[in-house]
Design a binder for this molecule. Sequence first.
Ligand code: IVH
Length: 675
Amino acid sequence: MNFTEAQQKVQQLSQELEQHNYNYYVLDNPTISDYEFDKLLEQLIAIEQQFPELVTPTSPSQRVGGQVTKTFQSVKHHFPMLSLSNSYSQEDMYDFDRRVREGLGITNTGLFDEAIEYVCELKFDGLSISLIYKEGQLSQAITRGDGVQGDDVTTNAKTIKSLPLKLKGNYPTHFEIRGEIFMPRPVFDAINKEREEIGDVPMANPRNAASGSMKMQDSTQVAKRKLDCFLYNVLGENIPFTSHFESVQAAETWGFKISKEAKVCHGIDEVINFINYWDKKRFDLPYDTDGVVIKVNNYLQQKNLGFTAKSPRWAIAYKFKAEQVSTELQSISYQVGRTGAITPVANLKPVALGGTTVKRASLHNADIIEKLDVRVGDFVFVEKGGEIIPKIIGVDMSKRQAHSQPTLYITQCPECHTELKRNEGEANHFCPNEASCPPQVIGKMEHFVSRKAMNIDSLGGETIVQLYQAGLVKDIADLYDLKKEQLLPLERMAEKSANNLIEGIEKSKLVPFERVLYAIGIRHVGETTAKKITKKVKNLERLMRMNKEELLTIDEVGEIIADSIISYFSQTDNQQIIQRLKNTGLQFEINEVQMQNGSDKLKDKTIVISGVFTKHSREQYKDLIELHGGKNSSSISKKTSFVLAGDNMGPEKLKKAESLGVKIVNEDEFLQMIN
Ligand code: IVH
């Protein structure tokens, strides 16, 4: 390929990729599979590598990240980023409307009042961003900062797939557009689930998650956070519009993602209806909103109203009330997690809140208890905010009993009585007795047998507790020494379940190395990291010998993971467990035969698995799909190539597959396909 050909190809691929990005992330209507998209992107990256001079700052290759920002440059905003004054009630809304009318000289004449046109928008709960576009290209993305100057986070912003890097249509040559970057709820939940599985502290809420992500130095990591962005404010010297709504509608035609929920309201009563509607409906949205922003629509009216020192007079934020109740704190208990982290839990007198009965609330850690000065017997205010677990936000001091005593945080593990520790800079105390603190041992075993790990589904949580309490297992390696005769005397253990259990454990010896590595439960080593490690380091022995510097060369492995791997293998208990697991025949190296048996028979295919299977487990089918070049997906869409269905396929899935005309393939057909 010569330079001119490359130039043409880069241009064509870039255009195609941006259109697909737009279809997927803005219109929510993809027209090619993820696989096809990745192939196009790979093609572009390959040409750009060969002809680096063809890389442009707005190339779709910039969206995968790769650049590291050591320090974010501080930049002054062309127009200050003001905040809004808040309001909380219907009265506040009428006051706002009155101030607007007075400001515009529109007098109240009763029945024939001229209604002000307001635009109501949801108040997205994330971090605000100001984007500068020059000649139709994203030139700079700046955080709010103190409102006067913010940080240049352009590199990170480019990883947000719904943000156009190049514009379409009839856009002004130079303008700014502002909006809110947020983390969608489903993304937040998935990341937290993964974090909990690998013993990481979960993120507090989607807002913190979004702003934390934008501050990360490595844009590859930011790209993984799957952030999104709604735009809600167009600014510039010569903007050819007469109203706010018009400008935002125009921005939609330039390729920006604009909220479909925004509405023009005629008069304050319509505004109040909008607020009341979303106060209830907001929980159905896939992102968090903490209120409604009300803006005078007409630009001339906005100009006439002007600004106070802090905020525009033509806009106001209405904040939804977080539902709150007061109830009695009956006791505080302390939970020990799989990684030994201690969580204090408030046991409350049951109370109705947000449609459910609340009995417990997290108290997070010792500092929070001290800060709130919560004591047993107190009446506490409980709130349901963005978090799923309700929060205690304060104490009703007027009801405090005279004899109440400050809460003394425990110093010993409630389960094994080991002295608790707390690492510098960490919020939670933890029990260091990893090897024999019951919830830690049981938690590790539960993780070990779980579906994505060793997938021993004949061994459920209750049986693990039974085995542990009967003294039959004290660590994961003990599972492989279990004999049927030892199991039979256990309660509810029939011959058949005992056989299944032993068989399940035996079968797990075939589980590939990458999942064994995930299963042994090294803190911070999740499913994906384990895969990356095994791909590069083909056997455990080598991994155990690697120093920090070597570990850091592995994709996905940063300081924290490297330290955690080293610390895990330096402990004698762990070394012994590994040795015993090795002796029983677990896979501690990449199975070359399995590698060679792979094919690309499922290349291009996105497959959804549903139902119960007889010949292999679900996890094994997932592995087979990947081994043959296919991609696993959990939900059926137009992009699904076929559904691999076992018995009892979910009725919802079946209906969806039928309605989209997606093919259903049974176990035998599938095995034939890859054989
Ligand atoms: S307009 C001068 N519209 O709320 C007015 N803000 O306190 C500029 N926000 O900093 C803001 N959704 O981060 C506007 N639809 C929306 C919004 C919104 C969320 C945030 C924004 C701003 C804060 C206002």
